[in-house]
Design a protein around this ligand. Structure first.
Ligand code: SF4
Length: 433
Protein backbone atom coordinates (compact mmCIF):
# COMPACT_ATOMS: atom_id res chain seq x y z
CA UNK A 1 0.00 0.00 0.00
CA UNK A 2 1.49 3.38 -1.04
CA UNK A 3 2.50 5.43 2.04
CA UNK A 4 1.15 8.77 0.84
CA UNK A 5 1.42 11.16 -2.08
CA UNK A 6 3.80 14.09 -2.44
CA UNK A 7 3.65 16.80 -5.11
CA UNK A 8 7.10 18.27 -5.88
CA UNK A 9 6.96 21.79 -7.34
CA UNK A 10 10.21 22.73 -9.07
CA UNK A 11 11.16 26.32 -9.82
CA UNK A 12 14.33 27.68 -11.44
CA UNK A 13 16.81 25.82 -13.62
CA UNK A 14 17.33 22.29 -14.87
CA UNK A 15 19.84 21.70 -12.07
CA UNK A 16 17.02 22.20 -9.57
CA UNK A 17 14.94 19.79 -11.63
CA UNK A 18 17.57 17.07 -11.21
CA UNK A 19 17.55 17.70 -7.44
CA UNK A 20 13.76 17.25 -7.42
CA UNK A 21 14.11 14.06 -9.45
CA UNK A 22 16.74 12.68 -7.07
CA UNK A 23 14.41 13.40 -4.15
CA UNK A 24 11.54 11.69 -6.01
CA UNK A 25 13.76 8.64 -6.64
CA UNK A 26 14.40 8.29 -2.88
CA UNK A 27 10.72 8.80 -2.02
CA UNK A 28 9.52 6.25 -4.59
CA UNK A 29 12.18 3.91 -3.18
CA UNK A 30 10.30 4.34 0.11
CA UNK A 31 6.95 3.51 -1.44
CA UNK A 32 5.76 7.11 -1.60
CA UNK A 33 3.71 8.23 -4.61
CA UNK A 34 5.27 11.30 -6.25
CA UNK A 35 3.84 13.85 -8.65
CA UNK A 36 5.82 16.61 -10.37
CA UNK A 37 4.41 20.14 -10.64
CA UNK A 38 0.85 18.87 -10.70
CA UNK A 39 -1.66 21.72 -10.62
CA UNK A 40 -4.66 19.55 -9.84
CA UNK A 41 -2.99 17.30 -7.34
CA UNK A 42 -4.80 15.83 -4.34
CA UNK A 43 -1.46 15.27 -2.63
CA UNK A 44 -1.60 16.30 1.03
CA UNK A 45 2.14 16.94 1.15
CA UNK A 46 3.89 19.59 -0.94
CA UNK A 47 7.61 20.14 -1.50
CA UNK A 48 8.59 23.41 -3.22
CA UNK A 49 12.09 23.39 -4.73
CA UNK A 50 12.90 27.08 -4.94
CA UNK A 51 15.20 29.33 -6.98
CA UNK A 52 17.20 32.14 -5.37
CA UNK A 53 19.30 33.33 -8.33
CA UNK A 54 18.01 36.80 -9.16
CA UNK A 55 15.22 39.18 -8.09
CA UNK A 56 12.55 37.88 -10.49
CA UNK A 57 13.11 34.22 -9.65
CA UNK A 58 13.18 34.98 -5.91
CA UNK A 59 9.84 36.75 -6.20
CA UNK A 60 8.34 33.80 -8.08
CA UNK A 61 9.57 31.43 -5.37
CA UNK A 62 8.10 33.56 -2.57
CA UNK A 63 4.75 33.86 -4.36
CA UNK A 64 4.62 30.09 -4.76
CA UNK A 65 5.45 29.51 -1.09
CA UNK A 66 2.80 32.03 0.00
CA UNK A 67 0.11 30.39 -2.13
CA UNK A 68 0.78 26.97 -0.55
CA UNK A 69 1.23 28.51 2.91
CA UNK A 70 -2.34 29.73 2.62
CA UNK A 71 -3.50 26.23 1.59
CA UNK A 72 -1.61 24.90 4.62
CA UNK A 73 -3.27 27.32 7.05
CA UNK A 74 -6.69 26.51 5.52
CA UNK A 75 -6.03 22.80 6.10
CA UNK A 76 -6.14 22.00 2.36
CA UNK A 77 -2.75 20.34 2.71
CA UNK A 78 -1.14 18.63 5.72
CA UNK A 79 2.56 19.24 5.11
CA UNK A 80 4.55 21.95 3.34
CA UNK A 81 8.32 21.75 2.84
CA UNK A 82 10.52 24.33 1.13
CA UNK A 83 13.91 23.32 -0.28
CA UNK A 84 16.44 24.63 -2.79
CA UNK A 85 18.37 27.85 -3.39
CA UNK A 86 16.03 30.41 -1.81
CA UNK A 87 15.77 28.30 1.37
CA UNK A 88 19.57 27.84 1.37
CA UNK A 89 20.10 31.58 1.14
CA UNK A 90 17.32 33.01 3.34
CA UNK A 91 16.29 30.18 5.70
CA UNK A 92 16.15 32.31 8.89
CA UNK A 93 14.18 35.17 7.26
CA UNK A 94 11.74 32.70 5.65
CA UNK A 95 11.18 30.84 8.93
CA UNK A 96 10.24 34.17 10.55
CA UNK A 97 8.20 35.55 7.64
CA UNK A 98 6.34 32.39 6.55
CA UNK A 99 5.96 30.15 9.63
CA UNK A 100 3.19 28.08 7.95
CA UNK A 101 5.94 26.07 6.24
CA UNK A 102 6.67 22.91 8.26
CA UNK A 103 10.38 22.78 7.40
CA UNK A 104 12.98 24.58 5.30
CA UNK A 105 15.97 22.72 3.83
CA UNK A 106 19.08 23.87 1.98
CA UNK A 107 20.60 22.54 -1.24
CA UNK A 108 22.72 19.77 0.35
CA UNK A 109 20.04 18.31 2.62
CA UNK A 110 18.71 15.38 0.54
CA UNK A 111 19.19 12.86 3.37
CA UNK A 112 17.54 15.17 5.95
CA UNK A 113 14.55 15.88 3.66
CA UNK A 114 14.02 12.18 2.93
CA UNK A 115 14.21 11.36 6.66
CA UNK A 116 11.73 14.11 7.59
CA UNK A 117 9.32 12.61 5.04
CA UNK A 118 9.50 9.26 6.88
CA UNK A 119 11.53 7.46 4.25
CA UNK A 120 14.86 5.66 4.68
CA UNK A 121 17.59 7.25 2.57
CA UNK A 122 19.21 4.73 0.20
CA UNK A 123 22.72 5.56 -1.12
CA UNK A 124 22.37 2.95 -3.86
CA UNK A 125 19.47 4.89 -5.40
CA UNK A 126 21.86 7.70 -6.42
CA UNK A 127 22.63 5.61 -9.51
CA UNK A 128 18.97 5.72 -10.55
CA UNK A 129 16.59 8.52 -11.49
CA UNK A 130 12.86 9.05 -11.56
CA UNK A 131 12.54 11.63 -14.36
CA UNK A 132 9.96 14.42 -14.68
CA UNK A 133 10.78 15.31 -18.28
CA UNK A 134 9.23 13.49 -21.28
CA UNK A 135 10.69 9.97 -21.16
CA UNK A 136 12.98 10.41 -24.20
CA UNK A 137 15.22 13.17 -22.80
CA UNK A 138 16.77 13.82 -19.41
CA UNK A 139 19.28 16.11 -17.71
CA UNK A 140 22.52 14.74 -16.29
CA UNK A 141 24.03 17.06 -13.66
CA UNK A 142 27.77 16.32 -13.74
CA UNK A 143 28.88 18.69 -10.97
CA UNK A 144 27.59 21.08 -8.36
CA UNK A 145 28.77 24.53 -7.30
CA UNK A 146 31.33 26.83 -8.92
CA UNK A 147 34.86 28.10 -8.18
CA UNK A 148 34.55 31.14 -10.42
CA UNK A 149 33.82 34.60 -9.01
CA UNK A 150 31.66 36.45 -11.54
CA UNK A 151 30.73 39.81 -10.06
CA UNK A 152 26.95 39.43 -10.52
CA UNK A 153 26.49 35.82 -9.49
CA UNK A 154 25.27 34.49 -6.15
CA UNK A 155 25.46 30.82 -7.15
CA UNK A 156 28.82 30.10 -5.48
CA UNK A 157 27.32 31.62 -2.29
CA UNK A 158 24.35 29.23 -2.55
CA UNK A 159 25.76 26.08 -4.13
CA UNK A 160 29.33 26.30 -2.79
CA UNK A 161 32.57 25.23 -4.40
CA UNK A 162 32.80 23.19 -7.61
CA UNK A 163 32.25 19.47 -6.92
CA UNK A 164 32.34 16.90 -9.72
CA UNK A 165 30.05 13.88 -9.49
CA UNK A 166 32.18 10.70 -9.72
CA UNK A 167 32.33 9.45 -13.32
CA UNK A 168 31.21 5.90 -12.49
CA UNK A 169 28.09 7.24 -10.78
CA UNK A 170 27.28 9.45 -13.80
CA UNK A 171 27.73 6.55 -16.21
CA UNK A 172 25.51 4.39 -13.97
CA UNK A 173 22.83 7.13 -13.93
CA UNK A 174 23.08 7.54 -17.71
CA UNK A 175 22.69 3.78 -18.26
CA UNK A 176 19.68 3.76 -15.94
CA UNK A 177 18.16 6.66 -17.90
CA UNK A 178 18.84 4.89 -21.22
CA UNK A 179 17.09 1.77 -19.92
CA UNK A 180 14.07 3.96 -19.13
CA UNK A 181 13.92 5.07 -22.77
CA UNK A 182 16.01 8.25 -22.66
CA UNK A 183 17.57 8.97 -26.06
CA UNK A 184 18.85 12.49 -25.41
CA UNK A 185 21.16 13.27 -22.48
CA UNK A 186 21.57 16.95 -21.64
CA UNK A 187 24.71 17.58 -19.59
CA UNK A 188 24.33 20.41 -17.10
CA UNK A 189 26.33 22.03 -14.28
CA UNK A 190 27.14 25.52 -13.10
CA UNK A 191 30.46 25.24 -14.93
CA UNK A 192 30.53 22.20 -17.23
CA UNK A 193 34.08 22.68 -18.54
CA UNK A 194 35.69 22.31 -15.10
CA UNK A 195 34.53 18.70 -14.76
CA UNK A 196 37.09 16.57 -12.92
CA UNK A 197 39.51 19.34 -11.92
CA UNK A 198 38.60 18.87 -8.22
CA UNK A 199 38.05 15.12 -8.03
CA UNK A 200 40.69 13.88 -10.53
CA UNK A 201 43.02 16.92 -10.53
CA UNK A 202 42.63 17.05 -14.33
CA UNK A 203 39.90 17.86 -16.85
CA UNK A 204 37.83 14.74 -17.45
CA UNK A 205 34.95 16.13 -19.53
CA UNK A 206 36.19 14.53 -22.76
CA UNK A 207 36.63 11.16 -21.07
CA UNK A 208 33.15 11.35 -19.56
CA UNK A 209 31.69 12.17 -22.99
CA UNK A 210 33.48 9.17 -24.53
CA UNK A 211 32.02 6.85 -21.88
CA UNK A 212 28.51 8.28 -22.31
CA UNK A 213 28.75 7.94 -26.09
CA UNK A 214 29.30 4.19 -25.63
CA UNK A 215 25.82 3.76 -24.16
CA UNK A 216 24.03 2.22 -27.12
CA UNK A 217 20.50 3.54 -26.54
CA UNK A 218 21.68 7.15 -26.13
CA UNK A 219 21.37 8.95 -29.48
CA UNK A 220 22.17 12.53 -28.57
CA UNK A 221 24.47 14.09 -25.96
CA UNK A 222 24.10 17.85 -25.50
CA UNK A 223 26.37 20.29 -23.66
CA UNK A 224 24.94 23.15 -21.60
CA UNK A 225 26.53 25.78 -19.32
CA UNK A 226 30.02 25.59 -20.74
CA UNK A 227 32.42 28.42 -19.84
CA UNK A 228 34.53 30.41 -22.34
CA UNK A 229 37.71 30.39 -20.24
CA UNK A 230 39.55 27.07 -19.92
CA UNK A 231 37.43 25.40 -22.63
CA UNK A 232 39.13 21.99 -23.15
CA UNK A 233 40.46 21.61 -26.69
CA UNK A 234 39.95 17.84 -26.59
CA UNK A 235 36.21 18.46 -26.11
CA UNK A 236 36.06 20.48 -29.36
CA UNK A 237 37.94 17.64 -31.08
CA UNK A 238 35.49 15.08 -29.71
CA UNK A 239 32.46 17.18 -30.68
CA UNK A 240 33.84 17.34 -34.22
CA UNK A 241 34.24 13.55 -34.44
CA UNK A 242 31.70 11.85 -32.17
CA UNK A 243 28.36 11.77 -33.98
CA UNK A 244 26.31 11.33 -30.81
CA UNK A 245 27.51 14.65 -29.40
CA UNK A 246 25.14 17.27 -30.80
CA UNK A 247 26.72 20.02 -32.91
CA UNK A 248 25.37 22.38 -30.33
CA UNK A 249 26.97 24.33 -27.52
CA UNK A 250 25.47 26.50 -24.80
CA UNK A 251 28.18 28.96 -23.75
CA UNK A 252 27.06 31.98 -21.69
CA UNK A 253 29.43 34.84 -22.70
CA UNK A 254 27.65 37.66 -20.85
CA UNK A 255 29.48 40.47 -22.67
CA UNK A 256 32.27 41.30 -25.18
CA UNK A 257 33.63 44.64 -24.06
CA UNK A 258 36.96 44.21 -22.27
CA UNK A 259 36.27 46.82 -19.59
CA UNK A 260 32.88 45.29 -18.72
CA UNK A 261 34.24 41.71 -18.83
CA UNK A 262 36.96 42.81 -16.40
CA UNK A 263 34.40 44.37 -14.03
CA UNK A 264 32.39 41.13 -14.32
CA UNK A 265 35.55 39.18 -13.33
CA UNK A 266 34.89 36.73 -16.14
CA UNK A 267 38.50 35.72 -16.85
CA UNK A 268 38.03 36.02 -20.62
CA UNK A 269 38.24 39.02 -22.94
CA UNK A 270 37.21 40.01 -26.46
CA UNK A 271 40.26 38.39 -28.08
CA UNK A 272 39.98 35.01 -26.33
CA UNK A 273 36.20 34.95 -26.85
CA UNK A 274 36.44 35.61 -30.60
CA UNK A 275 39.21 33.03 -30.89
CA UNK A 276 37.06 30.38 -29.19
CA UNK A 277 34.02 31.14 -31.36
CA UNK A 278 36.01 30.89 -34.59
CA UNK A 279 37.73 27.72 -33.38
CA UNK A 280 34.33 26.12 -32.64
CA UNK A 281 32.97 27.15 -36.05
CA UNK A 282 36.08 26.08 -37.99
CA UNK A 283 36.32 22.65 -36.39
CA UNK A 284 32.54 21.93 -36.10
CA UNK A 285 31.22 23.65 -39.27
CA UNK A 286 27.47 23.33 -38.63
CA UNK A 287 27.66 23.99 -34.90
CA UNK A 288 24.70 25.79 -33.31
CA UNK A 289 25.92 28.25 -30.67
CA UNK A 290 23.59 29.35 -27.86
CA UNK A 291 24.72 32.16 -25.60
CA UNK A 292 23.43 34.35 -22.80
CA UNK A 293 24.29 38.04 -22.46
CA UNK A 294 23.97 40.32 -19.44
CA UNK A 295 23.10 43.98 -20.05
CA UNK A 296 23.13 46.90 -17.61
CA UNK A 297 26.12 45.71 -15.58
CA UNK A 298 27.83 48.48 -13.59
CA UNK A 299 30.24 50.26 -15.93
CA UNK A 300 28.28 49.44 -19.11
CA UNK A 301 27.86 52.85 -20.77
CA UNK A 302 26.31 53.49 -24.18
CA UNK A 303 29.67 52.91 -25.91
CA UNK A 304 30.15 49.50 -24.29
CA UNK A 305 26.57 48.58 -25.10
CA UNK A 306 27.04 49.60 -28.76
CA UNK A 307 30.03 47.25 -28.89
CA UNK A 308 27.83 44.44 -27.55
CA UNK A 309 25.21 45.11 -30.24
CA UNK A 310 27.89 45.07 -32.97
CA UNK A 311 29.14 41.76 -31.52
CA UNK A 312 25.65 40.21 -31.81
CA UNK A 313 25.34 41.45 -35.42
CA UNK A 314 28.82 40.16 -36.30
CA UNK A 315 28.68 36.70 -34.69
CA UNK A 316 25.06 35.88 -35.61
CA UNK A 317 24.40 33.46 -32.72
CA UNK A 318 21.97 30.68 -33.47
CA UNK A 319 20.29 31.03 -30.10
CA UNK A 320 20.56 33.93 -27.65
CA UNK A 321 19.03 34.95 -24.33
CA UNK A 322 19.48 38.19 -22.37
CA UNK A 323 19.43 38.93 -18.64
CA UNK A 324 19.52 42.38 -17.02
CA UNK A 325 21.91 43.03 -14.17
CA UNK A 326 20.29 42.38 -10.79
CA UNK A 327 22.37 43.44 -7.77
CA UNK A 328 22.56 40.33 -5.57
CA UNK A 329 23.59 40.75 -1.93
CA UNK A 330 26.84 39.09 -0.97
CA UNK A 331 28.22 39.20 -4.52
CA UNK A 332 31.38 41.08 -5.54
CA UNK A 333 29.17 43.42 -7.56
CA UNK A 334 26.96 44.35 -4.59
CA UNK A 335 29.99 44.94 -2.36
CA UNK A 336 32.28 46.79 -4.79
CA UNK A 337 30.31 48.19 -7.72
CA UNK A 338 27.51 50.74 -8.04
CA UNK A 339 24.35 49.57 -9.80
CA UNK A 340 24.44 52.75 -11.92
CA UNK A 341 22.36 51.70 -14.93
CA UNK A 342 18.63 52.44 -14.43
CA UNK A 343 16.09 49.59 -14.65
CA UNK A 344 14.52 51.46 -17.57
CA UNK A 345 17.76 51.53 -19.57
CA UNK A 346 18.46 47.87 -18.65
CA UNK A 347 15.06 46.88 -20.05
CA UNK A 348 15.60 49.00 -23.19
CA UNK A 349 19.00 47.41 -23.83
CA UNK A 350 17.60 43.91 -23.32
CA UNK A 351 14.78 44.65 -25.77
CA UNK A 352 17.22 46.08 -28.32
CA UNK A 353 19.39 42.95 -28.25
CA UNK A 354 16.38 40.62 -28.50
CA UNK A 355 14.96 42.63 -31.43
CA UNK A 356 18.30 42.25 -33.22
CA UNK A 357 18.38 38.54 -32.45
CA UNK A 358 14.84 38.02 -33.74
CA UNK A 359 15.92 39.28 -37.17
CA UNK A 360 19.05 37.14 -37.10
CA UNK A 361 17.09 34.07 -36.02
CA UNK A 362 14.58 34.52 -38.85
CA UNK A 363 17.35 34.85 -41.46
CA UNK A 364 19.19 31.79 -40.12
CA UNK A 365 15.94 29.83 -40.10
CA UNK A 366 15.11 30.87 -43.68
CA UNK A 367 18.49 29.44 -44.74
CA UNK A 368 17.27 26.07 -43.45
CA UNK A 369 14.26 25.84 -45.78
CA UNK A 370 14.69 22.83 -48.08
CA UNK A 371 17.17 21.11 -45.74
CA UNK A 372 16.59 17.75 -44.10
CA UNK A 373 17.23 17.13 -40.39
CA UNK A 374 17.11 14.26 -37.90
CA UNK A 375 14.33 15.34 -35.55
CA UNK A 376 13.26 14.07 -32.14
CA UNK A 377 9.50 14.52 -31.72
CA UNK A 378 8.74 15.73 -28.19
CA UNK A 379 4.97 16.19 -28.06
CA UNK A 380 1.75 17.04 -29.84
CA UNK A 381 0.30 20.55 -29.71
CA UNK A 382 -2.96 21.22 -31.55
CA UNK A 383 -2.60 20.05 -35.17
CA UNK A 384 1.17 19.63 -34.93
CA UNK A 385 3.87 17.28 -33.77
CA UNK A 386 6.52 19.43 -32.02
CA UNK A 387 10.10 18.31 -32.49
CA UNK A 388 13.69 19.46 -32.35
CA UNK A 389 16.84 18.91 -34.35
CA UNK A 390 20.25 18.44 -32.73
CA UNK A 391 20.60 22.25 -32.98
CA UNK A 392 17.84 22.88 -30.44
CA UNK A 393 17.63 22.13 -26.75
CA UNK A 394 14.27 21.52 -25.02
CA UNK A 395 12.37 24.40 -23.49
CA UNK A 396 14.85 27.14 -24.53
CA UNK A 397 15.43 26.85 -28.29
CA UNK A 398 13.61 26.65 -31.63
CA UNK A 399 11.14 23.93 -32.50
CA UNK A 400 10.06 22.19 -35.68
CA UNK A 401 6.30 21.95 -36.26
CA UNK A 402 5.06 19.01 -38.32
CA UNK A 403 1.37 18.87 -39.33
CA UNK A 404 -0.25 15.66 -38.02
CA UNK A 405 -2.58 15.21 -40.98
CA UNK A 406 -4.11 12.06 -39.53
CA UNK A 407 -0.77 10.26 -39.02
CA UNK A 408 0.02 8.41 -35.77
CA UNK A 409 3.74 8.86 -35.19
CA UNK A 410 5.02 7.56 -31.84
CA UNK A 411 6.43 10.43 -29.72
CA UNK A 412 9.99 10.38 -28.41
CA UNK A 413 11.36 8.86 -31.63
CA UNK A 414 13.77 10.19 -34.27
CA UNK A 415 12.45 11.04 -37.76
CA UNK A 416 13.99 12.48 -40.92
CA UNK A 417 12.26 15.81 -41.57
CA UNK A 418 12.38 18.20 -44.53
CA UNK A 419 11.96 21.91 -43.71
CA UNK A 420 9.30 23.64 -45.78
CA UNK A 421 9.07 27.10 -44.22
CA UNK A 422 10.50 29.23 -41.43
CA UNK A 423 9.46 31.77 -38.85
CA UNK A 424 11.72 33.71 -36.48
CA UNK A 425 11.87 30.98 -33.80
CA UNK A 426 10.14 28.01 -35.43
CA UNK A 427 10.48 25.85 -38.53
CA UNK A 428 7.73 23.94 -40.36
CA UNK A 429 8.37 20.66 -42.11
CA UNK A 430 7.19 17.14 -42.88
CA UNK A 431 8.48 13.64 -42.16
CA UNK A 432 10.19 11.97 -45.13
CA UNK A 433 11.10 8.65 -43.47
S1 SF4 B 1 30.53 30.63 -13.88
FE1 SF4 B 1 30.09 32.65 -13.03
S2 SF4 B 1 27.94 32.96 -13.60
FE2 SF4 B 1 28.32 30.79 -13.79
S3 SF4 B 1 27.75 29.89 -11.82
FE3 SF4 B 1 29.95 30.35 -11.74
S4 SF4 B 1 30.10 32.37 -10.81
FE4 SF4 B 1 27.98 32.09 -11.53
Amino acid sequence: MKKHKINIITLGCSKNLVDSEQLATQLKGGNVEVEFDSNDSNARSIVINTCGFIKDSKEESIETILSYAQARSLGKIDNLYVIGCLAERYKKDLQKEIPEVDQYFGVNDLQKIVKSLDVNYKEELLGERSISTPKHFAYLKISEGCDRTCSFCAIPLIRGKHQSVPMDLLVKQAKNLAEQGVKELILIAQDLVSYGLDLYKENKLAELLKQLAQIEKIGWIRLHYTYPAGFPDEVIELMANEEKICSYIDIPLQHINDKVLKLMRRGHNRKTTMKLISSLRERIPNISIRTTLLVGHPGEGQEEFEELKEFVKEVQFDRLGVFTYSEEEGTYGAKNLTDDVSEEIKAERSDEIMALQQEISLKLNQNKVGNEYKVLIDRIEGEFYIGRSEFDSPEVDNEILIPINGSKLPLGEFYQVKVESAQDYDLFGYVIQ
